[in-house]
Design a protein around this ligand. Structure first.
Ligand code: B1M
Length: 278
């Protein structure tokens, strides 16, 4: 069976045509009190409009109304940045607008991070995370890192565009049970695999469990590259990380057949490269 390498999750083009206003009819915050609902709409639009200087003046009042940091992240912040992504994909937004929206997300996360981390009550393990080499996206990885910390992990966040050798150095230095790679681009997801191979070549693969995540990543990709766990979002990452430290040996390192096919494909690619190089 030929190996299918997925490059992107499927989008329905009809869905992408709909502005967030169209979904307003469904009244997404219907369970919230009217004043909170209004704030949620403002936070969502603050992110879509990229008005980062105003972000704290919306986040703080929401917290004062006893809205939790987690609700803000999973609610209006998530829907706001998702709409930015949709507009970018439909060429309604360009890079400068996306950068302004990312600044709003960072401004909000700076306020929310200490509140999330204050939830930490126990010490259950160590995790090293980073966004793989070539990739600058870090909003989702920061959320994953702070949720892991709240759950009791000590987290070493290596930042963005992290080369394999930096992951290797961090594994040697911090001796984590888990190392996590985030990738948001179809062009950088392969760096997750390159990093696993580098860790393996260094003789460290047996010492760590490898977690992968990011918008284009899937369980199928995780299985092919021989990673141990895929998490679609921060909460799943936390659940799997907790299970991992409790049942360390049970995570499986991908699907053996798919991984073997991937290795064969890689060997073929390397042979072709070598032939071209002379
Ligand atoms: Co970029 N970008 N971007 N961008 N950007 C995407 C990813 C894109 C899908 C937009 C689109 O076309 N709709 C598209 C990728 C398309 C593709 O690869 N097929 C894209 C592109 C093309 C680009 C550039 C190439 C644009 C250009 O230059 N022409 C460029 C690349 C730069 C680079 O990295 N080398 C670029 C740049 C940027 C900005 C710098 C402007 C900015 C990033 C700022 C920053 O992060 N500091 C940006 C942004 C903001 C986005 C979108 C709009 C939003 C990403 C985001 O923060 N989402 C994004 C659109 C989208 O994703 N739909 C897009 C919110 C966040 C909470 O979700 O990151 O998915 P996410 O994280 C989730 C899960 O994925 C998971 O948990 C998180 C929380 O629930 N998760 C993990 C993530 N990491 C995990 C790790 C784990 C486990 C779970 O374990 C280790």
């Amino acid at each position: 069976m030929p190996l299918q390498i997925e490059t992107e999750k499927e989008f329905d083009i009809e869905d992408l045509k709909h502005d967030i206003d169209a979904t307003r009819k469904t009244d997404r915050w219907s369970e919230a009190p009217a004043d909170v609902k209004d704030l949620f709409h403002q936070i969502e639009w603050n992110i879509i409009d990229g008005e980062h200087a105003e972000t704290p003046s919306l986040i703080n009042p929401a917290l004062e109304k006893d809205v939790s940091a987690r609700t803000l992240i999973a609610g209006p912040m998530a829907t706001g940045i998702a709409e930015v992504g949709r507009r970018f994909k439909m060429d309604e937004y360009f890079l400068p607008e996306v950068m302004m929206s990312a600044k709003c997300m960072h401004a909000a996360l700076a306020i929310l991070k200490p509140l999330i981390i204050a939830e930490k009550t126990e010490e259950i393990g160590t995790v090293v995370v980073g966004t793989v080499q070539g990739d600058l996206h870090d909003i989702g990885k920061k959320i994953v890192a702070m949720m892991l910390e709240a759950a009791g992990f000590t987290v070493f966040d290596l930042g963005v565009t992290v080369p394999p050798e930096d992951f290797i150095a961090a594994i040697k230095e911090h001796k984590p049970q888990i190392v996590g790679f985030s990738a948001l681009l179809t062009t950088t997801m392969n760096m997750q695999w390159e990093t696993i191979k580098a860790i393996q070549a260094e003789g460290l693969r047996e010492q760590v469990k490898v977690f992968v995540g990011g918008a284009p990543i899937s369980q199928g990709w995780c299985d092919k590259i021989g990673a141990d766990a895929y998490a679609a979002d921060a909460l799943i990452a936390v659940e799997k990380a907790k299970a991992c430290v409790q049942e360390f040996r049970d995570l499986k390192g991908g699907d053996p057949a798919l991984h073997a096919a991937m290795l064969a494909l890689d060997a073929e690619r390397m042979a072709q490269k070598a032939a071209v190089a002379g």
